[in-house]
Design a protein around this ligand. Structure first.
Ligand SMILES: C[S@@+](CC[C@H](N)C(=O)[O-])C[C@H]1O[C@@H](n2cnc3c(N)ncnc32)[C@H](O)[C@@H]1O
Length: 329
């Protein structure tokens, strides 16, 4: 049994002022304005086209939040802000914060959604704003580059494996798999708008000869193949149960005998109460997607078993499930 929350912790859970102050500063691009040179309030207001007196309140709060510092009447970025919140920094993560801010209105409809069971959005922000979507994927790619190779190693592949990375996004997994397995070739299947980003990341990794880009809608278009391994990483929580079951079944037909499908996602435990981050993610998916959902490991195993995979196993608790197609490869 976990310990009881203190009153202070309950207040902290209900406190979002600093969140909105940060998101607004990123939207205004305060940190890029201060890049390289300290500025007075009047100078920042002039650059941003903002009302100086009200901007001052925001900047002072950012000082208290340790994102800016103030010396006399001049403001400057903290090291963390210069590194992660200035647009031309190689480690800029602002796009992810801009996504959170774009979803702000949807969160305001949470009560109505809970009362009625009706979703309030008809399209995910990735569909309504593909540029933001691809910028977010680029940030996730930078972050995911660290964990990608470990996941690839866990699959213990060997030889000239043909990998299909469905909804492969920036190609993070395909690139990691190619780096871990020298004889592997990969196909990244994704929407044409996303593949513009993938083309850049694959080129940066120098893997153009081993990673093929296949544009299309994975629920409708031909998937090519046959493949030895198909990967679905973080794509199924945007779709409903029946669509996922149908997609898993389609993929089975594109695997070579003995081939495997790996589903990597954020699975809830059987009670639906953990892992903690995933329980909140499930609410995020509820308010920000038309029909997505957070599923359980057992759901993914059911899609595979009912599709006809011969062996279905959990690779990593709450994170990865694998199904093997019968026959020798
Ligand atoms: C959250 S990203 C996951 C990216 C990548 N698999 C990873 O784990 O980093 C979801 C990806 O699915 C793609 N996607 C969503 N719906 C799709 C569809 N119907 N057909 C093809 N790709 C789709 C999006 O473009 C996006 O790249």
């Amino acid at each position: 049994m976990s310990r009881e929350l203190s009153l202070a912790e309950i207040f902290q859970l209900g406190y979002y002022w600093e969140t909105k102050i940060l998101l607004t500063a990123v939207r205004l691009d305060v940190f890029s304005t201060l890049d390289g040179k300290r500025k007075t309030l009047q100078e920042v207001a002039g650059r941003l086209g903002a009302h100086a007196q009200t901007l001052g309140l925001l900047l002072n709060a950012l000082v208290a939040m340790r994102l800016l510092d103030k010396d006399g009447d001049s403001y400057g970025n903290s090291t963390a802000a210069s590194t992660h919140l200035v647009r031309n920094s190689g480690q800029y993560i602002g796009h992810l914060l801009l996504l959170h801010d774009a979803e702000w209105e949807n969160w305001g409809k949470l009560e109505e959604t809970i009362r009625t069971g009706q979703r309030s959005v008809d399209r995910h922000v990735f569909e309504t704003d593909p540029d933001l979507g691809s910028n977010v994927l680029a940030v996730l790619h930078r972050i995911g580059q660290q964990s990608g190779p470990d996941f690839a190693k866990r699959l213990q592949l060997s030889g000239p494996v043909r990998l299909l990375d469905l909804g492969g996004g920036a190609g993070t997994n395909a690139i990691a798999f190619c780096q871990v397995y020298p004889d592997l070739t990969a196909t990244v299947f994704d929407l044409p708008t996303t593949l513009q980003l993938t083309e850049r990341t694959v080129k940066e990794a120098g893997l153009e000869s081993r990673i093929r880009l296949h544009p299309g809608d994975f629920n409708k278009d031909r998937l090519g193949g046959p493949y030895d391994v198909a990967l679905m990483s973080d794509i199924l929580h945007y779709q409903d149960f029946a669509t996922n079951a149908a997609l898993v079944k389609r993929v089975l037909a594109h695997l070579a005998p003995g081939g495997r499908l790996v589903i990597k996602d954020r699975f809830l435990n059987e009670a639906g109460t953990g892992p903690a981050w995933t329980t909140a993610f499930a609410v995020h998916i509820l308010v920000n997607t038309e029909q997505g959902g957070c599923y359980k490991t057992a759901d993914a195993m059911k899609w595979m078993t009912e599709a006809g995979f011969s062996t279905v196993t959990e690779l990593e608790p709450s994170a990865a499930v694998q199904g093997t197609k019968s026959g020798q490869s």
